[in-house]
Design a protein around this ligand. Structure first.
Ligand code: 3H9
Length: 694
């Protein structure tokens, strides 16, 4: 049966799209729409057609899954042209979200009415695409150039009221059934003798000279390295001077080029990865989750305060516990400052801040947190201290509460072992700054119960974060892989690459920051302490040599004004330090390493392939459910470029066989100590497989 059906109500036809879950424009929907138009045109008694959707939303866009196949007719621009050319009045009735191709269909209709809670937008840019079915030419015609640029380059949808003001929609429906409001609207148009109003026939309002260049400057930093935003701008520029059909042909060409691009393939991969990350294969369906209304955070340092703030911002009751009174005061001040920052940026209202702060309690006494639903421990990264905290929690906190640790590296099972309820213990590894970073690694211990994992996933969502369920091993997914990445960035120093050269190579690749700038930001002492507690490090004097020497000199990074780089007072901008280069050269000499000139390509390959090799081991050991979970950890926690899809997807696109060959080459050139290829990498390479297919 076609997903598009037509029903007649007197002289009005109601065409309904029913293609769950989001009414995407699959080939069957496109074909159904064409035949609905033909039927309406052939039916003399029909004067108007209402295009409406079943389920939770209006058409949410093209069917993204079809983008991996050659386009099949009827093509969307032709479907929209048929709707627009219809002699019958076409009215789009919008609920939920009209997105991408969905909004293009609505703009092909002659009129648009939307529920007050609906929104409309062009999110194509988030998929490395441009609106490719006349959207770039229609939006400037109804809403002007500035609105068109803002909506299409940001990808952010706008609510119905705003969309009406800018001319994207014509009417906001009153409360009640949308179909009734749309029918009443259609009746008004029919009775008023209103003829079809075709957007293609409108002209774009003239603009101030320089508007496009100003816009380019405004977005330059945010869109650095992305292809689609510039393509959108060029299409909108054409809407002012090039005839509609010609501009649409150019838009289509540009859309198809984007669709075939590596960037779009990567961004589409991320889109689906984000939708599968919450699906944990072995969790029983319909599992009863635990309550998470009240939360205690142990440790009022920067991390603890950030976690507490996230809970308060999500409407929870939060108790902050620290045995140091002054520390507690500082934590409270940090939380207040975070709220004030939110108010200043317009993200939190004054009332929201007052409510949030009223829900915060502080204490130095464990019995005060006895009744909470969830505890998150955020004390020093030291096993003995963590065990002590967990045995206290075990004594005082009510049965059934979830006991979580924010450890970034330590063994969850050992921590759980300090309690008599290991089933209730889970890792919730937040990233710093906790109020900003979206990622939470949900670390499943060997005894963590299913309902605790399910609750941790919902809790992450409630905090508007992305929970990725991972297994228990040193450093879990993110920090374990960081070790290999960091190791290579350190070895490269000894071999002759300068810190700024390494950082530039990786930011050119798309990393948000270079590894040495990140080290200085996080504090070189932090990694130093973790390494000094590990007993399983390789017996290699080169391993993190420069970071160790700098830490021992008290050069911890930004917080001490110098680390790998120098920092002028109050500035976070790294400045090269000739003393550090001299130190690196001396260390290389001491170790008998002959320095050489190293090119950008080798820097990127050594660091990124280091990640891929460790990622392959993580998959092999079953620490993640799917390779795309690793991609999300690195994109959301470590600044890996989204437009490259994450390290494992990047490996797939390069070709796993090519990566394997290079790893074998590195193993020969630099020693198998770090470059022994994992079995999984070898197998996939031999079978022509991909990580994403596992
Ligand atoms: C485009 O339109 C190009 C045109 O300009 C030109 C063409 C020529 N296709 O997000 P959810 C699936 S580009 C296929 O969890 P929510 C999704 O994978 C497109 N599938 O729901 C998931 O599947 P599963 C422009 C799609 O309520 C299920 O639906 N449009 C599509 O949180 C539920 O998704 C966009 O970029 C799709 N287009 O949010 C809009 N969309 O259950 C993309 C969703 O198997 N979509 N699915 O995991 C969204 O932003 C959100 O899905 C939406 C609903 C806001 C609609």
């Amino acid at each position: 049966m076609s997903p598009v059906t037509t029903e007649h109500c007197g002289d009005i036809a109601i065409v309904t799209v029913d293609n769950p879950p989001v009414n995407a424009l699959s080939q069957a929907v496109r074909a159904g729409l064409v035949s609905a138009v033909e039927q309406a045109n052939a039916e003399p008694k029909i004067k108007a057609v209402i295009l409406i959707c079943s389920g939770r939303t209006f058409i949410a866009g093209a069917d993204i899954r079809e983008f991996n196949r050659p386009p099949e007719p009827p093509h969307l621009p032709d479907v929209i042209a048929a709707i627009e050319a219809s002699t019958k009045l076409f009215i789009a009735a919008i609920h939920g979200t009209a997105l991408g191709g969905g909004l293009e269909v609505a703009l092909g209709c002659h009129h648009r009415i939307a529920r007050p809670d609906a929104s409309v937008g062009f999110p194509e840019v988030n998929l490395g695409l441009i609106p490719g079915a006349t959207g770039t030419q229609r939006l400037p015609r109804v809403a002007g150039v500035q609105v068109a640029l803002d909506m299409m380059v940001s990808g952010r949808p706008v609510r119905a009221d705003k969309a009406k003001i800018s001319g994207v929609i014509d009417e906001v429906a009153e409360e009640g059934e949308l179909v009734d409001a749309a029918t009443a609207y259609a009746r008004k148009l029919i009775d008023g003798g209103v003829a079809p109003r075709r957007v293609r026939d409108l002209t774009v309002d003239p603009v101030e000279p320089g508007i496009f260049d100003d816009f380019r400057k405004k977005i330059a930093k945010k869109t650095h390295g992305l292809v689609a935003p510039e393509q959108i701008i060029r299409c909108v520029e054409r809407s002012l001077s090039v005839p509609f059909d010609e501009a649409v042909a150019q838009e289509r060409k540009s859309f198809l080029a984007c669709r075939e691009s590596e960037q779009s393939a990567a961004l589409r991969h991320v889109f689906f990865a984000e939708r599968s990350v919450g699906k944990v294969p072995d969790l029983k369906k319909g599992i009863q989750e635990r309550k998470t209304e009240t939360m205690a955070v142990i440790g009022a340092g920067t991390m603890g305060a950030g976690i507490a703030y996230s809970g308060l911002a999500a409407g929870m009751q939060v108790v902050l516990l620290d045995n140091d009174e002054a520390g507690l005061g500082r934590g409270q001040a940090t939380i207040r400052a975070l709220f004030e920052g939110g108010v200043a940026r317009g993200r939190v209202t004054e009332k929201g801040m007052a409510d949030g702060l009223a829900r915060l309690k502080t204490t130095q006494h464990y019995p005060d947190i006895a009744d909470v639903d969830l505890v998150i421990e955020a004390v020093f990264e030291n096993m003995a201290i963590k065990k002590e905290v967990f045995s206290r929690l075990d004594e005082v906190v009510r049965p059934g509460a979830i006991l979580a640790t924010n450890t970034s590296t330590l063994d969850i099972d050992q921590i759980a072992g300090a309690t008599r309820r290991p089933k209730d213990v889970v890792g919730l590894h937040f990233f710093s700054p906790a109020h900003v970073m979206r990622l939470i690694e949900i670390v499943r211990g060997s005894e963590t119960s299913q309902d605790v994992v399910a609750t941790a996933l919902s809790f992450s969502k409630r905090l508007r974060k992305m929970g990725v369920v991972v297994g228990n091993c040193f450093g879990f997914v993110g920090n374990r892989m960081l070790y290999s990445y960091g190791r290579e960035s350190q070895l490269l120093l000894l071999e002759g690459a300068a810190p700024e050269q390494i950082d530039a190579a990786l930011t050119n690749f798309g990393m948000a920051m270079g590894p040495h700038a990140v080290g200085d930001l996080a504090g070189l002492d932090v990694g130093y302490k973790v390494r000094s507690e590990r007993t399983d490090l390789p017996d290699d004097p080169r391993f993190y040599r420069i970071a160790n020497v700098l830490s021992e000199m008290g050069r911890f990074g930004q917080k001490t004004g110098k680390g790998m780089y120098l920092y002028e007072d109050g500035s976070r901008a790294p400045v090269s330090d000739p003393e550090v280069q001299e130190l690196i050269n001396n260390e290389a000499k001491t170790l008998g390493i002959k320095q050489r000139s190293i090119d950008e390509n080798e820097i990127v390959e050594r660091c990124i392939y280091g990640l891929i090799v460790e990622g392959a081991r993580i998959i092999e050991e079953g620490i993640v459910y799917r390779s795309s979970d690793i991609d999300l950890v690195w994109i959301n926690g470590y600044g890996f470029p989204r437009f490259r899809g994450g390290p494992m997807f990047y490996a797939d696109r390069l070709g796993v066989d090519k990566v394997y060959a290079k790893v074998c080459d590195f193993s020969e050139r630099f020693s198998p100590l770090y470059w022994e290829p994992p079995k999984l990498l070898q197998e996939l390479a031999e079978q022509g497989g991909r990580f994403s297919e596992l």
